[in-house]
Design a protein around this ligand. Sequence first.
Ligand SMILES: C[S@@+](CC[C@H](N)C(=O)[O-])C[C@H]1O[C@@H](n2cnc3c(N)ncnc32)[C@H](O)[C@@H]1O
Length: 278
Amino acid sequence: MLYLVGLGLGDAKDITVKGLEIVKSASRVYLEAYTSILTVGKDALEDFYERPVILADRDMVEQDSAEILKNADKEDVAFLVVGDPFGATTHSDLVLRAKENNIDFKVIHNASIMNAVGCCGLQLYNFGETVSIVFWTDNWKPDSFCDKINANLKRGLHTLCLLDIKMKEQTIENLMRGRKVYEPPRFMTVSVACQQLSEVSKNRTDCEFSPSTMCVGLSKVGSDNQRIVAASLEELCKYEQMGDPLHSLVIVGKVHPLEEEFLKQFYLTNFDNKAHFS
Ligand SMILES: C[S@@+](CC[C@H](N)C(=O)[O-])C[C@H]1O[C@@H](n2cnc3c(N)ncnc32)[C@H](O)[C@@H]1O
């Protein structure tokens, strides 16, 4: 059996009791290590589980899934995912490959940023399509997220923006020379995401958001030191106190009075909030 086990968002102890039982008894335990991170690393998980854990990077999951699925028709293999296994698009693929190989699978769900974002007071029912914001380079500045945010805002819906993570990236030079030398991990911050969004809002005439649009920055949701800050896009461009990764951003749509009441506790400044809501 292949078990996809969600680890939740905080630390080693956020695994469910059912998940922990599977981890303790499986033949092999893999930790997916490229779409998200916990506040603790592999060592802390191994200490808590009292067993070794194999790191599964993008290459292993996407190009060498046979290794993960080996013998999973006869024994139990656990594949650990930070958050919920279906909180990232990537893992449906592993399930489909298990099915192709007649391997049964079970999913042990857990909290995901996709639902924990409700901690800022905006109702999950009032969110539209989620978008991903990738790091821009000097000559690659994709802004397709703008269309999705526009569509959400036109319907008064909030947008959860998941921010880019770069794990085990190679420079172009190392890639071309075939050198397996990797850059240190990089995590997009709320301020970098806001700077990119702000540039798009200035360059595109069809943009439904502007530098004065109300946004919410969130970091390390689910951990003891999670942080939530509500301010205009412009203010968040300059706000560097969100703390350690991971960060997410919400572009706020139409706000219900109850949502506003809740959100108030996170206002960065005492601004006239009405002016900031779309
Ligand atoms: C590809 S998603 C993976 C989601 C994960 N599987 C889940 O269910 O939560 C990774 C992105 O979600 C956001 N994210 C994940 N965990 C977070 C957390 N605890 N606090 C804030 N943002 C988080 C970050 O923007 C991060 O880059």
